[in-house]
Design a protein. Structure first.
Length: 353
């Protein structure tokens, strides 16, 4: 799908990512995405979004949705995202996301969206009955990124295809409207081709009950995941009950290849400890799981318990969280409005000068 990129101006590096306010945040969201968001703050300007418009592609109870939006915001802050230096907000407060998504609905092709594996998984056999929004979800995601002309998108492995689609949409917009972009004095291309940043030892954290399934909010078994709000006892129990195999841990990474559950736990340890799987195996190669799991419980509790405590404290003051989201939205809107003025001109809409 991706054609060679046209010559592009130097876009200012800008990080954008989003998390859905649906159900509990879990260790996969934390290690695959939020810890990366925190790390990028030192080197980049960052925009982190609670994607409430995406959430309603499947039914959400309004009161629960409000609570979940505040909880994800609290998680961002409890994990170390600084909403003063960077931008933290919820998507529905900046109308440019929805407006650009409409334009992208008219740029993206049915065939592109038909190939999205996440839609196929979520819709399953019930395609006729899912919302239209679930199908066009990736166009809104492209709009989230491109309404800021963001260049880098930290995500877990499962979002790679969606970020690649955002690149294809950016490229097709740049090509389709090339003459209008140039005539309007916008340079050769209007949108950058955003790059997915999928990094670290835990880009795809698997279920604790089944090493072949992704850890997910929607798994029926709570023992499949560690929630960011779990207390120390729950974390310990879930790790102790996590599925393993009877062999001791290998000393080298290639020994993990045929052992998905062992691979997953070693990856989790490495990510929590800010190190690599090879380093973890240097320490625990030859150990039984009983020894390794005890160390993993200590590490996970030490890292995650303070986050749960801070989330609890923050969510007790919803007005404070709402003020953070309002401030972030005001700052995001200024950027999004500037992009949208250009988009309207390029597409050929008439607007107030
Ligand atoms: P969401 O809300 O499902 O997940 C948020 C982030 O967590 C990552 N993640 C995982 N990483 C590793 N292992 C796992 N088991 C795991 N489960 C989830 C996801 O990859 C994601 O980075 N469509 C997005 C939200 C979104 C977005 C965007 C992201 C909307 N607009 C623009 C980036 C840019 C989603 O549903 O993520």
């Amino acid at each position: 799908m991706t054609e060679p990129a046209p010559k592009s101006p130097a876009f200012k590096p800008l990080v954008f990512s989003g998390v859905q306010p649906t159900g509990n945040l879990h260790l996969g969201n934390y290690l695959g995405a939020i810890t990366r968001f925190v790390a990028l703050q030192d080197t980049h300007e960052c925009i982190y979004c609670v994607v409430d418009l995406h959430a309603i592609t499947v039914w959400q109870e309004p009161a629960e949705l409000r609570k979940a939006i505040r909880e994800v915001t609290a998680a961002f802050i409890a994990c170390g995202i600084d909403p003063k230096k960077h931008i933290v907000f919820n998507q529905s407060q900046v109308s440019g996301h929805a407006e650009l998504a409409w334009v992208f609905n008219c740029v993206a092709r049915m065939g592109w969206l038909n190939r999205m594996t996440q839609f196929k998984e979520k819709a399953g056999k019930d395609r006729e009955n899912v919302s239209v929004g679930l199908f066009t979800y990736p166009d809104l995601m492209a709009a989230d990124i491109l309404v800021y002309r963001a260049t880098h998108v930290p995500v877990g492995e499962d979002q790679k295809q969606h970020v690649e689609l955002a690149r294809d949409i950016a490229q097709k917009f740049n090509n389709d409207f090339g003459a209008s972009i140039r005539d309007g004095g916008f340079g050769d291309v209007y949108f950058p081709l955003p790059e997915p940043l999928i990094q670290g030892p835990a880009t795809r954290v698997m279920s604790l009950r089944d090493g072949s399934k992704k850890m997910s909010k929607s798994d029926a078994s709570d023992y499949s995941r560690i929630n960011l709000t779990d207390d120390a006892d729950a974390i310990a129990q879930k790790i102790r009950k996590a599925k393993t195999d009877p062999e001791p841990l290998p000393s080298e990474e290639k020994g993990l290849d045929p052992r998905p559950e062992a691979d997953n736990l070693v990856g989790i340890f490495a990510a929590l400890n800010n190190t690599t799987k090879a380093e973890v195996l240097r320490e625990f190669g030859g150990s039984q799981f009983s020894t390794f799991k005890a160390a993993l419980v200590d590490l996970a509790v030490a890292k995650l318990s303070p986050i749960a405590g801070e989330m609890k404290r923050l969510t007790q003051d919803p007005a404070h969280i709402d003020a953070i989201l309002a401030d972030g939205s005001d700052r995001a809107r200024v950027l999004a409005d500037a992009t949208m003025r250009g988009v309207r001109d390029i597409v050929g809409f008439v607007q107030k000068k």
